[in-house]
Structures are given as structure tokens and as C-alpha cells.
Design a protein around this ligand. Structure first.
Ligand SMILES: *Cc1c(COP(=O)(O)O)cnc(C)c1O
Length: 399
């Protein structure tokens, strides 16, 4: 059967303890065993069907993990308390002292800071490269390389990684390809294109309500079990677990993800085309002018569109800030970091979410002062939104 990510979620069937249409929430941190021997076996790693302690897993967390694995088409998944709580144990599960990583240079600021400033303390070195150039990626692979790390659609520059090409390189050199798919859930399914591990910050589109943090690692059962191992699993031992109450609320929000993504994409495509036609420097993977437009098209699940993120260049930080303040005053959205909310969110990445990246490196990668990153909301009347935004842009002198 053809892989359809949202269908795979909807085909799952759960019932509550008393036949409720929602699964019961496992409101326990610890679990009883009928026999002492079973507890011993569970610690030895034979955890099939047994619950031990909620840092390891809980029924509610398994339900959410199952839905996310179904969405990405992976064998298994493990949820975490935040996106960073999924990313850091994945990197540390794969890499140790003396190992090397080839990473995209345009990645989430927190991931960048972890690879640049934190993992060198453990003897893990990272080369940051232009991930859109496969020859550059290959040239940076050394004897010690263990992993290629990238985001499908990068934050904040919206560069698109050629997952198939990167996967071929990973296979050639026996590396793990780890892909953060936070910006493009449903639109792109990296595991179907050859990624070994797919990560999401659930804090963003997947939960979609900006009311909680969460993360997930989608991968093979072997990899997920290694991360959860009570002996040496990075997720289990670093302890970035999700609470069961939260996983149950995220699971409920996931049911509308396909509808939300279609609306986010529709609204964002509309605005991107209008902004570009108005002469604004606009970056959106759905625009023909985007350098990776064709690559995105070749990878996408068509019905979900090109996603809900776009950037414009307001010319200067001062103009960007004035414009964002005015748009907030007119209730066109909020001046806030994060993404995937029902309302539009905007921020200037150079001085916020990407401020971990030194200024000279920002300039080199094309992260300009006047860049505004938009996460476009679910507005019902996007034409009205556009007209009101254009008015703000005229007043501020951006148009
Ligand atoms: C937000 C984000 C993260 C980190 O997730 P948290 O839930 O904030 O820990 C990682 N990657 C990307 C692309 C993000 O947008």
C-alpha cells in the first residue's frame, strides 16, 4: 500500500480502560510486578509488555510514540520532554569521544550550540557545512565520522536538504543520517527517503497549541531500544522524559495535524506569492525562486504543501522590529519565537533564536539583520491578513 502519513495515524485504534474512545492516561510513575522474577527480567532488558518506571516508558507515552512512528513510517519511536531532549540523547547515543559529525550549518540555534560548544567537551567534533552541496558534505567526511545531521527544512533560512542524496552518502560511508523534521511534518517523510533517525520538536506544529514542550525520535526498534536501555541508553540515563498527561494531550492534538498543515501551507503559499510580487525579498520553498524548490517538490507528499514557514527581509533590524511591533499591535500575530501556532508568530532570528551563531558566521550563511521569520497561522481569511500586513509594511517603509 502507498505510504500516506496521516492515514497511518488515523488507522490506529485505541480504547480506554472502560471502553472510552480516548485511551486512559497512565497516571503512575511506577508499576507493580506480580512476580519478582519479572522485575529482574525487565531490568535485564526483556521489557516486552512490561512497564517499569515512567522515565523508561509509560502506556500513554507508547501510544503517542506509536502514532508518531506511524506518521514517519518507522518501526518505532520514543517521546521526550522537549525537542532538545530528543536531539541530545540521539547525538550522544551515536557518538562518543573521538567521533566526528558532519552537520548542516543552518540548524536550530540550540542544536548548533550543543554541537559547537558542548559536545567538544566530550571529544566529539563537528564540521558545519552547506548541506545543500553534496560534494562539500562528502569532502568533510573523515575516518572518524559517525553521523550526518541536518534539518529537512532548515531554521531559519529554509534551506532544503536532499535527503535521498545524503542517505546515499551515509550508506556509502556507513554513517547514520539524522534528520530534524520539525519544520515539515507530513509534507516530507525523511525515513521514506532513507533517513535512519527522524526527530521532531513536538512543541511546534505537531502539538500546535503552544501549550507544552515535547520531542520524539523515530527510528528502528533496535535504535529506540538502545536509547531506552537501563544499562547505557542515553534517553533513559539523561532523563528527558515526557509526562503521561502531556503525551495524552499531544496525541489528541495530533488528530487534526493533517488539516492544520494543509491550512498553514495554503496561507503561507498565498502570502509568499503576494510578498514576492510586491518586490519583497521572500524565501519560501513553495516559490519557484527558491533554490531548492525542485528538490522539495521531488520529496514532498503533495497534499500537504510546502509548509507554514516563510521569511522576508525588511532591510534592517530597526525596520524589522518596528514592523513586527506594528503587526502585533494590529493583532496580525504575536512577536514570539516558536512556530506552528494557530496565530501567526514572527521574530527576527539574528537577534533571537539564532543569536547563538556568531555574527560573522550569520553573515556568511546569509542570515541578515533585517530577516523576519514568520510561522503563518490558520487564518480563515488570508486575503484580509495580507491586506493588513501590506498596510503595516507601507507605514514602516518596508514596501
Ligand atoms: C524548536 C526546535 C527544536 C528544539 O525543540 P524544543 O522543543 O524547543 O526543545 C529543534 N529543532 C527545531 C528545528 C526547532 O524548531
Amino acid at each position: 500500500m502507498e505510504f500516506k502519513p496521516a492515514n497511518n495515524i488515523q488507522d490506529l485504534q485505541y480504547f480506554g480502560e472502560f471502553g472510552g474512545v480516548n485511551p486512559s492516561i497512565s497516571d503512575s510513575s511506577t508499576y507493580t510486578f506480580l512476580q519478582a522474577k519479572t522485575m529482574f527480567d525487565t531490568f535485564e532488558g526483556n521489557t516486552d509488555g512490561c512497564y517499569l518506571y515512567s522515565r523508561h516508558t509509560s502506556p500513554s507515552n507508547l501510544y503517542l510514540a506509536e502514532a508518531l512512528a506511524a506518521m514517519e513510517g518507522t518501526e518505532n519511536a520514543n517521546v521526550a520532554g522537549s525537542g532538545m531532549g530528543a536531539i541530545t540523547p540521539t547525538i550522544l547515543q551515536i557518538c562518543g569521544t573521538g567521533d566526528h559529525i558532519v552537520s548542516s550549518r543552518t540548524i536550530y540555534g540550540g542544536t548548533y550550540a550543543f554541537l559547537k560548544n558542548f559536545t567538544p567537551r566530550m571529544g566529539i567534533e563537528t564540521s558545519f557545512v552547506d548541506i545543500t552541496k553534496l560534494d562539500v558534505v562528502e569532502a568533510n567526511i573523515t575516518e572518524s565520522t559517525k553521523m550526518i545531521y541536518c534539518e529537512t527544512v532548515s531554521n531559519p533560512l529554509l534551506e532544503v536538504a536532499d535527503i535521498k542524496g545524503l542517505s546515499a552518502l551515509a550508506k556509502k560511508y556507513n554513517l547514520k543520517l539524522v534528520v530534524d523534521n520539525t519544520f515539515s511534518p507530513l509534507s516530507i517523510s525523511p525515513a521514506q527517503l532513507g533517513a535512519d533517525v527522524v526527530i521532531h520538536s513536538l512543541t511546534k506544529f505537531i502539538n500546535g497549541s503552544s501549550d507544552t514542550m515535547g520531542g520524539v525520535v523515530c527510528a528502528s526498534t533496535d535504535f529506540i531500544n538502545s536509547q531506552k536501555s537501563v544499562i547505557d541508553g542515553a534517553s533513559m540515563l539523561l532523563g528527558s522524559s515526557m509526562d503521561s498527561l502531556r503525551s495524552s494531550s499531544i496525541l489528541k492534538n495530533m488528530r487534526t495535524l493533517h488539516i492544520r498543515i494543509k491550512q498553514h501551507s495554503k496561507n503561507t503559499a498565498y502570502l509568499a506569492e503576494k510578498f514576492e510580487a510586491d518586490g519583497l525579498k521572500t524565501v519560501y520553498p513553495g516559490l519557484k525562486s527558491h533554490p531548492s524548490h525542485e528538490i522539495f517538490k521531488s520529496m514532498m507528499n503533495n497534499e500537504y504543501g510546502f509548509g507554514g514557514m516563510l521569511t522576508i527581509d525588511a532591510g534592517s533590524l530597526e525596520k524589522a522590529n518596528t514592523l513586527m511591533e506594528l503587526m502585533q499591535e494590529r493583532n496580525l500575530g504575536y512577536l514570539a519565537v516558536s512556530l506552528g501556532f494557530y496565530k501567526t508568530l514572527f521574530s527576527a532570528p539574528g537577534t533571537s533564536t539564532s543569536s547563538e551563531i556568531p555574527e560573522d558566521e550569520q553573515a556568511e550563511m546569509g542570515l541578515t539583520d533585517g530577516l523576519i521569520r514568520f510561522s503563518i497561522g490558520l487564518d480563515n481569511d488570508i486575503e484580509r491578513t495580507y491586506k493588513m500586513m501590506k498596510e503595516c509594511m507601507k507605514e514602516v517603509g518596508v514596501l
